[in-house]
Design a binder for this molecule. Structure first.
Ligand SMILES: NC(=O)c1ccc[n+]([C@@H]2O[C@H](COP(=O)([O-])OP(=O)(O)OC[C@H]3O[C@@H](n4cnc5c(N)ncnc54)[C@H](O)[C@@H]3O)[C@@H](O)[C@H]2O)c1
Ligand SMILES: N[C@@H](CCC=O)C(=O)O
Length: 541
């Protein structure tokens, strides 16, 4: 066996393809879309590498064409969840012994497969199953997932190279063991890349995983599982277990070998899980790692010296791309009175050009929201604003679920900075604006900081450096990812590690070393060359 020390190369971010008219990528994406639409998959659970068909079936549908069924999928019962835990624990025995550079090879190969032959499959599946435009799918299911795979390998190699101090008398080593037990990955619908990464990151560090994908992203997530299998991931390292969250959670949280949870989703669900884990704490062999990235109420805060055109672009892209269904989406904005007429004029003009519809029509900027539940919830907020005397809907507000779950980009102006749509996460294409008096900058910054429980992303806009410094300081814990003169969405792996504090999560920064460190339980080994053979110290003589 080779005793050489290996190091992974520092990768570069995957280049985002443009999908311009007549481009090769556009032609091949269109072909893949029609191929997938003609099939109807039957998606099994994958436990220990085996396909399991439980007969308890649900459908994957196209959100912008709700009568089109892309696939059926089988749901886990208690028996399958227990089998998945067993499979993960069994697979761990071999997986921990595999040299890390071989683990790395599997995930690097997966990145290459995704950058090449699998790219259009993942993008088309994400467009159809989650209603993303070609560009939104490309930055998610292709580029971000490829980056997670490559950068995590690089960060792992950096971590493994970090060692401790030895002396002439003793040699000290630190080992980065995986956690004891198995890891539970519970993933959201809105990013295919997050679906993959929440299992991949712990697995890369030597853990084995039970992956519960969100019901509305099972279609694209299943292709990730197949891609990982093609890349050579051994059976049982990641077990794909669709099913009801509370049923699966109950079995997992009652198992003594539960080693940690890697969650992304709503604050409410994460809080409920944390409470159950707390109640069960005496059952576990080790304190479980609890890592969760959750909701947001992300802001754009403009100073009177902001550039109006750039501000408006950030508002439109930040609030309406992917129908506002990004945890980072701009959903509240604070605009100074002196700038408001120019901002309003430009914003209304631009919003009027936004096309909403089938994402296969590349002229559309927005598709549909994910499902009926989301549609009803978002519509509820719009109706609330419509009926309130404290707010005015200045753009959009129409909702239509006859063919798919379509909601117009909607802009509300609130007279009260604590108005419901200024403070609660909506997770849809709804932007609420509060216009503040120019001389109330400090007071309004304080409101921005304190009026929601979240702390995920935010943007500050100004051409005045002193103002930027003031805003950055006053909003110190308002965002884990703060942007200056840019939209609050679109973090890139390796460049802007992502995550927030307060009710937005444990801020363990997906796509960074900080996250990978949560999936190891270090062991320090001291070897002494000439240990003492007398318990008495010199001062005692
Ligand atoms: N901070 C981030 O990085 C980030 C990224 C993406 C999404 N999000 C957040 O995710 C939310 C939207 O995603 P969503 O609708 O998929 O979230 P969600 O909380 O409804 O679901 C997330 C996952 O939890 C599962 N789940 C639900 N109830 C469960 C239970 N009782 N036990 C076990 N599992 C359960 C779901 O099936 C899904 O797999 C938003 O709040 C958004 O802000 C945050
Ligand atoms: N990382 C993504 C958001 C993920 C949550 O939905 C962004 O930066 O826009």
């Amino acid at each position: 066996m080779s005793n050489a020390r290996f190091k992974a190369r520092k990768p570069e971010n995957e280049v985002v393809l443009s999908y311009e008219k007549d481009s090769a990528e556009r032609i091949s994406l269109k072909a893949k879309l029609s191929e997938l639409k003609q099939q109807q998959l039957e998606i099994p659970l994958i436990i220990g590498g085996k396909e399991i068909y439980t007969g308890n079936i649900q459908k994957c549908v196209v959100p912008h064409n709700k009568n089109h069924v892309l696939a059926t999928y089988h749901m886990a019962g208690e028996k399958e969840v227990k089998a998945a835990i067993e499979a993960a624990l069994e697979a761990k025995k071999e997986w921990v012994k595999m040299p890390w550079h071989h683990r790395a090879s599997i995930f690097l190969k997966a990145a290459e497969l995704l950058a090449g032959p699998w790219r259009m499959t993942l993008n088309a599946a994400t467009m159809l199953g989650q209603s993303k435009t070609a560009y939104q799918a490309e930055i998610d299911s292709a580029c971000e997932l490829i980056d997670f795979l490559r950068f995590n390998v690089y960060f792992m190699s950096e971590i493994y190279n970090e060692q401790i101090i030895s002396t002439n008398e003793s040699w000290n080593r630190i080992e980065y063991r995986p956690l004891e037990g198995f890891v539970f990955a519970v993933t959201p619908f809105n990013f295919t890349a997050i679906g993959g990464n929440l299992s991949i990151a712990p697995a890369l560090m030597g853990n084995t995983v039970l992956w519960k994908p969100a019901g509305t992203s099972i279609y694209s997530n299943y292709f990730i599982m197949k891609l990982l299998q093609e890349a050579g991931l051994p059976d049982g390292v990641i077990n794909f277990v669709p099913g009801a969250g509370n049923l699966i959670g109950n079995v997992v949280f009652n198992n003594e070998c539960f080693g940690g949870i890697h969650f992304t989703g709503s604050t409410e669900v994460f809080n409920s899980m944390w409470k159950i884990i707390g109640e069960n704490i005496d059952k576990y062999k080790s304190y479980p790692r609890i890592v969760g990235e959750t909701g947001g109420k992300d802001f754009v805060f403009a100073h009177k010296d902001a550039d109006v055109n750039r501000l408006v672009t950030a508002l439109i892209r930040g609030a309406f791309e992917y129908q506002g269904q990004k945890c980072s989406a701009a959903s509240r904005a604070y605009i100074p009175e002196s700038l408001w007429p120019a901002v309003k004029y430009k914003l209304m003009g631009e919003a009027a050009t936004i096309r909403v519809g089938d994402v296969e029509d590349f002229t559309n900027f927005m598709g549909a929201v994910i499902d009926k539940n989301s549609f009803d919830r978002i519509k509820g907020y719009i109706d609330y604003a419509h009926n309130s005397h404290e707010a005015e809907i200045i753009f959009g507000g129409n909702c239509d679920d006859s063919a798919g779950y379509f909601i117009e980009p909607t802009i509300i102006v609130a007279q009260n900075p604590y108005f419901k749509t200024m403070t609660e996460e909506i997770f849809g294409p709804v932007l609420t604006i509060y216009v503040y008096a120019d001389d109330k900058l400090e007071e309004t910054l304080r409101i921005c900081n304190e009026s929601t429980p979240y702390g995920l992303t935010g943007s500050i806009f100004s051409q005045n450096r002193r103002a930027l410094v003031e805003m950055e300081n006053m909003l110190d814990y308002a965002a884990g990812n703060l942007y200056i003169n840019d939209k609050p969405t679109g973090a890139v792996v390796g460049q802007q590690p992502f995550g927030g504090g307060r009710a937005s999560g444990t801020n363990d920064k997906a796509g960074s070393k900080l996250n990978l460190l949560r999936w190891v339980s270090p062991r320090v080994i001291k070897e002494t060359f000439d240990p003492s053979d007398n318990y008495k110290y010199a001062f005692m003589e």
